[in-house]
Design a protein. Structure first.
Length: 114
């Protein structure tokens, strides 16, 4: 199994930046792709970025051009660089495997003030 721990969230003003980190441990040799998800109050969890074993990436339209996902070659760390943050980016951010998520971590809270 893979265990995931997210960190790096915080309170930032609109236009600011944050870098989220996801530490993966356990059976990381089995990872082929990972994603960053977010869940805002009262909304469903959504995928905002994905990175594959070939380092190809996907971004939701809402974050394209502002967020960048990256990883270490061993998959032990996955990052999400978030620039030009907007109040609508406020959410709890989670990382998880793709295409089949494993147990969800506690996430990291990102709050963007206007």
């Amino acid at each position: 199994q893979v265990q995931l721990v997210e960190s790096g969230g915080g309170l930032v003003q609109a236009g600011g930046s944050l870098r989220l980190s996801c530490a993966a441990s356990g059976s990381i040799y089995s990872i082929n792709a990972m994603g960053w998800y977010r869940q805002a109050p009262g909304k469903q969890r959504e995928l905002v970025a994905r990175i594959s074993s070939g380092s190809s990436t996907y971004y939701a339209d809402s974050v394209k051009g502002r967020f960048t996902i990256s990883r270490t070659s061993a998959w032990n760390m996955v990052y999400l660089q978030m620039n030009s943050l907007k109040p609508e980016d406020t959410a709890v951010y989670y990382c998880n495997l793709l295409p089949r998520p494993v147990g969800w971590g506690q996430g990291t809270q990102v709050t963007v003030s206007s």
